[in-house]
Design a protein around this ligand. Structure first.
Ligand SMILES: Nc1nc2c(ncn2[C@@H]2O[C@H](COP(=O)(O)OP(=O)(O)OP(=O)(O)O)[C@@H](O)[C@H]2O)c(=O)[nH]1
Ligand SMILES: [Mg+2]
Length: 201
C-alpha cells in the first residue's frame, strides 16, 4: 500500500456530525501522549496533518482524514484515518473525561464505516489497565484491532522482541497482532499499512 494523497476532512464530537463517506474508517486510539497523531503524520508522510504536542491531551475531538492510496490490486483506493482523543490523561476534569469516553464509545457503536482500530501503547511500559479496558471494548463490539508499540527508538533494537512479547502477554493479544513502530526513526510503517490494507480489502 502506497499513500498517494491525504487531506483533513473535519473535527467532530457528535455522531450526527460524522462525515458521510463511502470509504472504510481505520481509527487510532490509545492513552494521551502515546503518539497517535505522530504515527498518522509519519505513515502519511506529512509533517503536521494531525496536531502533535508534548503536552498530553492535544487531540480533544475526533479528527477525520481522507487518504488516497495505491496497491498492487487497486490503482485508486480510499480510506479514512480517524484520530481519536487520547484517554487516561490525569489533568482533566471528571466531566471532561466522561465526555471523552462517551465520544469514543459512540464512535465505536455508531460508525458503520469502521473496519479496524489500531491501539497504540508505549513500548517501554507494561500493559496498562486502561488499554486492557479498551481492548475489551473492541472485542465486545467485534471490531478488528492491532496493537502498535510506539517510541521503539527509546529502546535497543536487540531488545524489541522481548518488550513485544511482554506486552502481548500482558495485554493478552496474539503476538502476531502486535507491531513495533517509531515516528522518530520512521520504522514499522510497512507492517501497519499491510494490516490496514487487509482490513479494507
Ligand atoms: N521518541 C519518540 N517520540 C515520539 C514518538 N511518537 C511521538 N512522540 C512524541 O510524543 C509526544 C506526543 O505525541 P502525539 O503524537 O501528540 O501523541 P498523541 O497520542 O496524539 O497525544 P494526544 O493527542 O494528547 O492524545 C510528542 O512530543 C511526540 O514528539 C516516537 O515514535 N518516538
Ligand atoms: Mg493526538
Amino acid at each position: 500500500m502506497r499513500i498517494v494523497e491525504s487531506k483533513f476532512i473535519k473535527s467532530v464530537v457528535k455522531p450526527t456530525d460524522y462525515p458521510a463517506s463511502p470509504y472504510a474508517d481505520i481509527a487510532f486510539v490509545g492513552k494521551s501522549n502515546v503518539g497517535k497523531s505522530s504515527l498518522i503524520n509519519t505513515i502519511l508522510n506529512r509533517k503536521a496533518i494531525a496536531k502533535v504536542s508534548r503536552i498530553p491531551g492535544k487531540t480533544r475531538l475526533i479528527n477525520f482524514f481522507e487518504i488516497r492510496f495505491k496497491t498492487e490490486e487497486k490503482e485508486d483506493g480510499f480510506v479514512n484515518f480517524v484520530d481519536l482523543p487520547g484517554y487516561g490523561y490525569a489533568k482533566v476534569s471528571k466531566t471532561e473525561r466522561v465526555s471523552w469516553d462517551k465520544m469514543i464509545q459512540n464512535y465505536f457503536k455508531k460508525r458503520l464505516n469502521l473496519k479496524g482500530v489500531i491501539l497504540l501503547v508505549d513500548i517501554r511500559h507494561s500493559a496498562d489497565p486502561k488499554d486492557i479496558v479498551m481492548l475489551k471494548m473492541l472485542r465486545d463490539e467485534g471490531i478488528p484491532f492491532a496493537v502498535v508499540a510506539t517510541k521503539s527508538d527509546k529502546i535497543a533494537k536487540s531488545k524489541l522482541p522481548v518488550y513485544l512479547e511482554k506486552l502481548s502477554a500482558g495485554l493478552e493479544v496474539n503476538n502476531k497482532s502486535i507491531y513495533s513502530f517509531s515516528s522518530l526513526k520512521k520504522t514499522g510503517i510497512e507492517d501497519i499499512l499491510n494490516w490496514i490494507n487487509n482490513q479494507i480489502l
